[in-house]
Design a binder for this molecule. Structure first.
Ligand SMILES: *[C@@H]1O[C@H](CO)[C@@H](O)[C@H](O)[C@H]1NC(C)=O
Length: 246
């Protein structure tokens, strides 16, 4: 049976991807570092939120236009150097680095409220425990005021149950262990391969990985989710460069 060349290439692409663990192909840095990774770093701001499992929290913010980078970690408690297995009084958090000219703290707050149930006590969804509590970390009085106003608005939406979200001044943010960073993206070997199998430290800093992490969890805004879908389909349709002769 004649296999059209294009489908043939596609087949080979999938075979290559299937054995990617064994081959461990590395792309040149040119491919691994998109332009997005080097915007004017100086104007970036930082916001930290706790809204349940940080695997999901990271994906919630990663795809929002203006968010440059996300990192998961621990904050809100007093234990120094917490670890995943011994958080004590810390909460699982996501640190969001964003460009305030493209997205505001207020818009990040909107995403925060619409992405979890702040009325749930001692947990979030199926995750039970103090580490999954809801917290807005603020830096200074202006952010503190905005957080309080948005919490009051959230409370007026439901009179029967209390919005449990805490508002805390940001203290130390402890970056979580590498295996928890971009957790959603790490479930998708094909996408990891497409961005060049970045080593852990690069993956943690990569804006591209930040977006794809949201995409894999299907938490991007619908128009962005669609745009990424079509881009990835384009790449797959074009097939893979194949060495046929020497
Ligand atoms: C808090 O805000 C100040 C002033 O905008 C800034 O210099 C500082 O880096 C911020 N701290 C954090 C942890 O983002």
């Amino acid at each position: 049976m004649a296999v059209p060349e294009r489908n043939h290439n596609l087949l080979i692409l999938f075979l290559v991807l299937l054995v990617n663990d064994a081959l461990c192909i590395r792309f040149p840095d040119r491919v691994a570092r998109p332009a997005l990774d080097s915007p004017d770093q100086h104007r970036l701001r930082v916001a930290v939120f706790a809204l349940g499992s940080f695997w999901r929290s990271e994906a919630v913010f990663g795809c929002l236009p203006g968010v440059v980078r996300t990192t998961v970690g621990y904050a809100g408690g007093s234990k120094s150097n917490p670890e995943y297995r011994s958080l004590v009084d810390h909460a699982e958090c996501v640190k969001v680095e964003y460009d305030p000219e493209l997205i505001s703290f207020r818009e990040l707050l909107d995403a925060f409220w619409s992405s979890h149930d702040p009325r749930q006590v001692y947990g979030q969804g199926p995750d039970v425990g103090n580490q999954y509590r809801s917290i807005i970390f603020v830096n200074g009085t202006e952010e503190s005021r905005m957080a309080s106003v948005s919490k009051e608005q959230e409370q007026t939406r439901s009179r029967s149950s209390i919005v449990t979200t805490q508002i805390l001044q940001l203290g130390t943010f402890y970056t979580a262990e590498p295996e928890h960073q971009k957790f959603e993206l790490k479930q998708n070997n094909i996408l990891l391969q497409l961005i060049g199998n970045l080593p852990a430290e690069e993956l943690e800093r990569s804006s591209l990985a930040t977006k794809l992490n949201g995409y894999v969890a299907e938490l991007c805004p619908p128009n962005i989710q669609k745009r990424i879908d079509s881009k990835i389909n384009d790449i797959i349709k074009k097939g893979w460069p194949i060495l046929r002769d020497l």
